[in-house]
Design a protein around this ligand. Structure first.
Ligand code: ADP
Ligand code: MG
Length: 356
């Protein structure tokens, strides 16, 4: 599948191939020979008056919820799809240029790119990602579905005739996949993931405490004291917001049990989705699931007690992959290293070869 024309060899002299996890919450970029060089929020801040990018990544995330009317800080991939093509393209270009200035500042940088994309995206969405990468300067673009990349990154034996079960819980989506013989046998993608839990916390605090808090605060609470099972340590945290009755600023303490209550329904939905996937899985593969267990990846898998709770509810062993937030990008890097052998895992489309 990989093209090796003389021109390709020339480009490859000074272009370092890139693996990319274009996540709904975070974008990670791996550069061959360098490792992970970018790990930043998938957020772009744009000045609507001038249509210029003000910030991308960490700096843009700081602006979320704090912008005046003419500035928007948005997440173009929020729902796992390219909801805003132009912004996605700008973001890709920004990260590309950042890599370029480091790896080959004096030459054109025309890398080959392996990009992790969400499960079950439409052809139009995939085309949008390929086009964005192409416009940003890639000379070949290969797409891989994120759970597949996560499984490869987690070093699971995806090519064997055995079921590999993976759930990648990100910001906008959670993706569950059963992989065997290098292909996805069964899969499911749902929108009950990290962002939904943040919203749950915002709504709970508003209803129970009449306090308005922002998305960033809710995420901090979730990461610091969020759990699905009692940790036995009575964690709590001070939060600040606006009292909805007096309209004045207020500080209060939120407890672990509040967060658990807030996210309960979403967690149940997540568990149901896993159960449904198991129900649709052929019996031989279910037997493999019993042996090998379900592997979790993505930032959402770090939620306190989730692995244990999921295991109790589904009667299968559940493990969190090593370094779960980098599993997808490490998977894309492993595909890059071995494009010929691993080409079977790539999304089958005629889009990926970009004319040189
Ligand atoms: P995506 O692939 O969609 O970009 P990531 O895999 O980067 O998403 O995960 C981001 C999500 O993980 C966010 O919703 C974030 O709040 C959540 N997250 C990160 N760390 C933790 C943690 N320790 N506990 C719970 N959720 C976490
Ligand atoms: Mg992801």
């Amino acid at each position: 599948m990989a093209a090796f024309s003389p021109l390709d060899n020339l480009w490859s002299l000074f272009s370092k191939d890139i693996g990319m996890d274009l996540g709904t919450a975070n974008t990670l970029v791996y550069v061959k020979g360098r490792g992970i060089v970018i790990n930043e929020p998938s957020v772009v801040a744009i000045n609507l008056k001038t249509n210029q990018i003000l910030a991308v990544g960490k700096d843009a995330k700081k602006m979320v919820g704090r912008t005046p009317g003419h500035i928007v800080a948005s997440r173009p991939l929020r729902y796992g799809v390219v909801s805003d093509f132009e912004v996605t393209e700008k973001m890709l270009k920004y990260f590309f240029d950042k890599v370029h200035s480091e790896v080959s500042p004096y030459f054109p940088h025309r890398p080959r790119l392996v990009i992790g994309v969400p499960l079950g995206g439409t052809e139009v969405e995939r085309r949008a990602v390929v086009q964005a990468a192409k416009n940003a300067g890639a000379r070949a673009v290969y797409l891989v579905e994120e759970p597949m990349a996560a499984a490869i990154g987690a070093k699971l034996p995806i090519a064997e005739p055995n079921g590999v079960f993976i759930i990648d819980i990100g910001g906008g989506t959670a993706e569950i996949a059963v992989i065997s013989l290098g292909g996805i046998v069964i899969s499911k993608s749902i929108r009950y993931a990290g962002d939904k839990l943040n919203d749950d916390i915002i709504n709970f605090v508003r209803e129970e405490f009449k306090l308005a808090i922002g998305e960033r605060t809710a995420e901090e609470v979730k990461i610091a004291i969020g759990s699905v099972k009692d940790s036995g340590q009575n964690h709590d945290m001070v939060i600040k917001g606006r009292n909805l009755i007096t309209g004045l600023p207020q500080e209060m303490i939120i407890k672990e049990k509040h967060v658990r209550e807030a996210i309960k329904d979403s967690i149940e939905n997540l568990i149901e989705a896993v159960q449904e996937t198991i129900e649709r899985t052929p019996p031989e593969l279910v037997a493999d699931l019993m042996n090998r267990g379900l592997i979790m990846a993505g930032g959402g898998s770090l939620l306190g007690g989730l692995a244990e709770y999921l295991s109790e509810k589904t009667c299968v062993p559940v493990k969190v992959a090593e370094d779960p937030m980098t599993a997808v990008v490490r998977g894309t890097s492993m595909i890059l290293e071995d494009l010929d052998t691993l080409s079977e895992v790539l999304v089958d489309t005629d889009l990926q070869q970009v004319p040189l």
